[in-house]
Design a protein around this ligand. Structure first.
Ligand SMILES: [Zn+2]
Length: 301
C-alpha cells in the first residue's frame, strides 16, 4: 500500500503547477481587458461581407443573379417564356435593380427576359457584345435599352467593372468576327476577395482556346465554373477545364430539353476532373452559392 500512496502524492504534486497556471490565466482574463480581447479576438479580421450567386431555374437558358451589399449584377435574363417566373423570383428577394445587366449574346434563351428586366427594374448599365442580330427578341431588347436610359457598354476583353469589392473582368470575346454567334458570348471572371467564378455564356471551344491563349491558366483558375453552352459537347474542352480546375460547376439547362443538354461527354469530363456538379434542371427554383471572400459554399447543402 505505501507504493500507492507515493503515486498519489506524486500525481497531486504534478497538479499544483497546472492549477496555478489556470488560476493565473483566469485572473488575467478577468482582470485585464486587453488580454481578454487578445484571447477572444479572431486571428484575422474578415473585411468581406457575404455575396450570393443565384443560378435561377428559368428552364432552357441562362440567368444568374449576383447580389452584393453594394448592388447587383445580372448575367443573362433567360427565355421570354420564363420572364414572369424571373420577375417573381427577383421581387421576392427584394431586388429592385442592377448596377450591371450583362447580356452575353443575342440568343433568345439569354435575352428573352431582357425587355422585362429593363422595363420593370432599374438598370444602370447594360453590357453587350459587339454583335448585331436579326430577331424580334433582339429588337425588343434594344428598344427597351433605349427607353430605359441605361448606359450601354460594348464588352472589350480586359475591361473591368466593379461593385464594391466585387470585380468582373471581361475575358471574351477576343475576336471581332465569329461565324458562330455563341462565340460572341461575353465571358466574365468574377472575383470577390480570394474567391472567383467564371461565367461563360455559350462560348464554345474556339473562344475557350482564345481565352486560354490570351490569359493563360493562372487567370482562368476559379472556384466555380458556369459550364459553357448548357453543358453542350461544343464547350468545356479538356484544356479549358484543366485550366479552370473548379471545385464546383453549374449547368443551366431545361429539364428534358430538345438539345440533349447536358451532353454525356461534358458530364464525363467534369466527373473525371473531380468537379462537384449542380444542375438547374433538377428540382428547385435556383442554385445559390455564397462567398465570404475566402471560400465559396453552396447555400443549401
Ligand atoms: Zn444558350
Amino acid at each position: 500500500m505505501p507504493k500507492k500512496r507515493t503515486g498519489d502524492a506524486r500525481r497531486a504534486r504534478g497538479l499544483v503547477p497546472a492549477i496555478a497556471l489556470v488560476l493565473v490565466l483566469v485572473a488575467a482574463y478577468l482582470g485585464f481587458p486587453k488580454i481578454r480581447q487578445y484571447i477572444t479576438a479572431p486571428a484575422v479580421a474578415d473585411p468581406y461581407g457575404n455575396i450570393e450567386v443565384h443560378f435561377i431555374n428559368i428552364g432552357q437558358g441562362d440567368c444568374i443573379l449576383i447580389r452584393t451589399a453594394d448592388g447587383n449584377m445580372l448575367v443573362d435574363a433567360g427565355p421570354g417564356s420564363s420572364e414572369d417566373l424571373l420577375s417573381d423570383y427577383l421581387s421576392q428577394l427584394g431586388v429592385a435593380g442592377f448596377e450591371y445587366a450583362v447580356f452575353t449574346h443575342p440568343h433568345e434563351d439569354h435575352i428573352g427576359g431582357a425587355d422585362m428586366i429593363l422595363t420593370d427594374f432599374t438598370v444602370s448599365n447594360v453590357i453587350l457584345p459587339d454583335c448585331t442580330y436579326s430577331s424580334a427578341t433582339y429588337n425588343r431588347m434594344m428598344n427597351a435599352i433605349d427607353e430605359s436610359g441605361a448606359g450601354v457598354i460594348l464588352a472589350e476583353t480586359g475591361s473591368e467593372y466593379t461593385i464594391g469589392d466585387l470585380r468582373a473582368t471581361v475575358l471574351a470575346p477576343n475576336s471581332p468576327d465569329y461565324k458562330n454567334t455563341n462565340d460572341y458570348s461575353i465571358v466574365l471572371k468574377i472575383e470577390y476577395g480570394k474567391t472567383s467564378f467564371l461565367m461563360t455564356g455559350d462560348a464554345e471551344a474556339a473562344s475557350e482556346a482564345e481565352i486560354l491563349a490570351t490569359y493563360g491558366p493562372d487567370m482562368l483558375k476559379c472556384d466555380l465554373l458556369k459550364v459553357g453552352h448548357h453543358g453542350s459537347d461544343t464547350s468545356t474542352s479538356p484544356e479549358f477545364l484543366l485550366a479552370v480546375s473548379p471545385e464546383y460547376a453549374v449547368i443551366s439547362c431545361g429539364r428534358g430539353n430538345s438539345y440533349g443538354h447536358p451532353h454525356a461527354i461534358t458530364l464525363q469530363r467534369l466527373e473525371n476532373a473531380g468537379v462537384i456538379v449542380y444542375r438547374t434542371d433538377e428540382p428547385g427554383d435556383s442554385i445559390v452559392f455564397v462567398s465570404d471572400g475566402v471560400s465559396v459554399t453552396p447555400k443549401n447543402g
